[in-house]
Design a protein around this ligand. Sequence first.
Ligand SMILES: C[S@@+](CC[C@H](N)C(=O)[O-])C[C@H]1O[C@@H](n2cnc3c(N)ncnc32)[C@H](O)[C@@H]1O
Length: 253
Amino acid sequence: MDRPELTTHFGYRDVPLGEKQTLVNEVFHSVASRYDLMNDLMSAGLHRVWKDIMINTLNPPRNDAPFALLDVAGGTGDISFRAARAAGHGFHATVCDINPDMLAVGRERAARNHLDDRVDFVEGNAEALSFPDRAFDAYTIAFGIRNVPRIDLALREAYRVLKPGGRFLCLEFSTVDVPGLDRIYDLFSFKVIPPLGRMITGDADSYRYLVESIRKFPKPGAFAEMIGDAGFSRATWQSLSGGIVALHSGWRL
Ligand SMILES: C[S@@+](CC[C@H](N)C(=O)[O-])C[C@H]1O[C@@H](n2cnc3c(N)ncnc32)[C@H](O)[C@@H]1O
């Protein structure tokens, strides 16, 4: 008897589990060169505020104490650069991303901003990291986890590479919970973002996928449970901007 094929979501489409990553890679290949500009336009600059809240929560040491950050799905390096600027001389970040085009933009930015000695870029898959066990003090993933086909594997990998006492932080779009704001948000997501994506990157479909994938991502309570299931303790989250985004936290104790 044929075994049923495992499927997952690519935005609102059901696709075979094995195909999602290829489709996601096409999205980020297509948008890489204009990704940072689009982030500012789509969020009216708010992504900077959300990312700063993530860095404040991470609170890397300001002194010379060694601190190793792994920034998965780190793309063009935004989180790592912000953390490096906030931290002392013992800080080092590794940006890991599956997409060479996003990493290439990140490497250029690092060189331009004289951060290339403190931030490295490594190609890799969140589901199967090439790093040893217990290697990092913190693991961040910003707006990345919903693109990963097998989120449970990525969470278990996060746990594996963290040192005991290490912190997991995940920034991700969430569920708007303010009456009125939800309707405006939907209108903006579906009527403004794809045409804006077409104008800036020449690609409306990629941005349609990005807004649809937000709607398919688990609600924050369910995602916190998944973080706990991966082994993390004290899985909590903080809702930001009326639930547009949530910052999830967990500890490897
Ligand atoms: C929306 S971008 C976020 C980039 C960056 N963290 C930020 O906040 O600006 C999502 C990133 O996830 C990466 N990605 C998707 N699937 C991945 C996987 N399985 N492993 C690692 N990175 C992945 C994409 O290549 C893309 O760079």
